[in-house]
Design a protein around this ligand. Structure first.
Ligand code: ARG
Length: 574
């Protein structure tokens, strides 16, 4: 199942080769949207010079070779080919789409795609940046899986490093299982801040914390047990957030920094043996051509600090080896903040030089832009208090609940209670997804929750409106009947529906979920126009009613499937 444009392109290419000669085989027909037709082909203008004829002449020669296509064509202006698809053709493509459970989405040749996303830090609050990588990464995982790829989720949590000395000592001081220890499950920053205050204010505590880091690194059994207690409590906190968000991450996807502990010494040895790493001021560093820092000084990638400890760069080198060698990756995605671009580039370059990242493996930084507060600074606090992600999500759900109570008081209490999280969370997730993932945006709950505009609730509402048409009609929304196109709004809707598969494929290629959002938003708007202009339940004939119900059914299926690929639920009513 493909969109008419995708089917037409090869026929046009062939006609170009037949008309202009075999040296033009595979020429791009240069298809563009048009105001005057369904699509415009500008190849004649692009090729005229090479052919040595006027564009209009070239256009006429191409048309003469097009043969029998289900389109009407006219040559306009200097040599544009305006192509209008025959209604019968669109109708038959749409019938195929309606019968296709994949709704036109192709199944691609399977690749192994590890996706690094979410990656919060143990004993710390998840912030809105973590929220965004979680939501975007999860949408990419869903889309790529749906396209047939083997996605391996990699949650690279920050579960190792020097802060664990102070965190463990604080855990011992407050007592395992104490109320303060359990803060790690609900308000991790409170625990972290308390540990930090001890460390900064109490010399004895600081000395114990430093000694604890040494025992942790030495693999002392009791220390490791306390460390895993901290990780376990944090895991419960992460999982509460994940469950609230409805993301697909599970415990099986955890592959935190500590996973790679045993690999780090070997990585340093190999890099040193290969002559790629050298000692500089007591630290083991990789210096790469073209990377300079302040004052033009070479910028090092530090892989072993002067105190012997390993850092973020070394564990990320380990992630590459793991994903390439053990997971068999074809394409690795790192869904991480924009500021980490340089870090990733240097890590990848080092891995390439070391032979750990072969050319056939693609690595992509899916850059996550900052989420800003109303003051246009990175959103960290709300009304003075440090931002708690759970509180933010709860606020979104509470606001959604208020709106449902106001607009649908007649719905039973338990129905309203189940709609509110779907709408509140859908709104927050959609806001993260609907702007390009690498651009900044201002976090504004009121705007996200609006039922109008390019928002989650608008799209969810569009699906419930279609469901209510089916309730009034007394038929199942999986309705199928022959579709015949009459009104322009029906035709526009049909063409949009036929594009779904290629949009999803494009999101898989370009890793840009906002394109799917734009598509769904435009589809919902086109459905609205159709519904205003084309009576469904009061259609003129039984056939017309059937056809319009069928169009509505396909629209509903595409909207629900599209939202599901974004990780957004579609309530039955709202
Ligand atoms: N834990 C890090 C942070 O909170 C993000 C880790 C991203 N993943 C990676 N492989 N470096 O900033």
């Amino acid at each position: 199942m493909t969109a008419p444009v995708d089917l037409l392109a090869p026929a046009l290419s062939d006609a170009i080769a037949r008309a202009l000669g075999p040296e033009f085989a595979g020429a791009d027909p240069v298809l563009r949207p048009s105001q005057y037709a369904d699509v415009q082909a500008n190849a004649a203008l692009a090729l005229a010079k090479r052919v040595g004829a006027s564009p209009r002449d070239v256009a006429t020669r191409i048309v003469a070779e097009l043969g029998d296509l289900p389109v009407s064509i006219d040559v306009s202006g200097p040599g544009f080919l305006n192509l209008t698809f025959d209604d019968a053709w669109i109708e038959s493509l749409l019938a195929d789409l309606a019968a296709d459970e994949r709704l036109g989405v192709p199944t691609q040749e399977a690749q192994v795609v590890p996706i690094d996303y979410s990656a919060p830090n143990v004993a710390k609050e998840m912030h809105v940046g973590h929220l965004r990588t979680t939501v975007v990464g999860d949408a990419l995982a869903r889309v790529l899986e749906h396209l047939g790829h083997r996605v391996v989720r990699q949650n690279h949590i920050g579960d190792w490093g020097t802060p664990f000395g102070m965190l463990i000592e604080h855990l011992l001081d407050v007592g395992e299982g104490s109320e303060q220890a359990l803060l790690l499950e609900s308000d991790p920053n409170a625990f972290y801040q308390a540990a930090r205050a001890q460390f900064d204010g109490d010399e004895d505590f600081a000395t114990r914390a430093r000694a604890r880091v040494v025992s942790l690194q030495a693999g002392d059994e009791d220390t490791l047990r306390l460390w895993s207690e901290l990780v376990e409590l944090s895991r419960r906190y992460f999982n509460r957030i994940y469950a609230t968000l409805g993301v697909t991450l599970t415990d099986g996807d955890l592959a935190g920094e500590s996973t790679y502990n045993d690999d780090l010494a070997g990585i340093c040895d190999e890099l040193e043996a290969a002559g790629l790493a050298t000692m500089s001021d007591g630290a083991l560093c990789v210096f790469l051509d073209g990377y300079t820092g302040r004052e033009g000084k070479p910028q090092p990638l530090i892989i072993r600090k002067s105190d012997g400890g390993y850092g973020y760069a070394t564990t990320d080198l380990a992630t590459i080896r793991h994903r390439v060698e053990r997971l068999g990756a074809d394409r690795c995605l790192y869904v991480i903040g924009v500021p980490q671009a340089l870090h990733l580039e240097m890590v990848w370059e080092t891995a390439r030089l070391a032979g750990w990242l072969p050319d056939h493996v693609e690595v992509v930084h899916v850059r996550i832009g900052n989420v800003l507060g109303e003051d246009r600074k990175i959103l960290r606090t709300r009304s003075g208090a440090p931002l708690r992600l759970m509180a933010l999500l709860e606020e979104a759900m509470a606001n959604a609940r208020r709106e449902v109570d106001r607009t649908r008081p007649e719905l039973p209490e338990e129905v309203r209670a189940s709609i509110a999280p779907q709408v509140g969370i859908g709104a927050v997730k959609y806001a993260d997804l609907s702007v390009a993932h690498d651009s900044e945006y201002v976090f504004d709950l009121d705007r996200m929750l609006a039922y109008t505009g390019n928002t989650g609730p608008y799209l969810q509402y569009a699906t419930t409106r279609i469901r209510s048409i089916f309730r009034s009609a007394g038929v199942d929304p999986r309705f199928e009947a022959p579709i015949s196109l009459g009104a322009p709004a029906e035709r526009a809707l049909a063409l949009r529906l036929l594009a779904f598969g290629s949009v999803v494929a494009e999101v898989g290629d370009d890793l840009a979920p906002h394109r799917l959002c734009t598509y769904l938003f435009e589809l919902a708007q086109e459905f609205s126009t159709f519904y205003e202009q084309c009576p469904v339940l009061k259609a003129d004939t039984v056939e017309q009613r059937g056809s319009r119900l069928s169009l509505s059914a396909v629209t509903l299926a595409v909207l629900v499937q599209g939202l599901d690929l974004l990780g957004i639920e579609a309530p039955e009513r709202m």
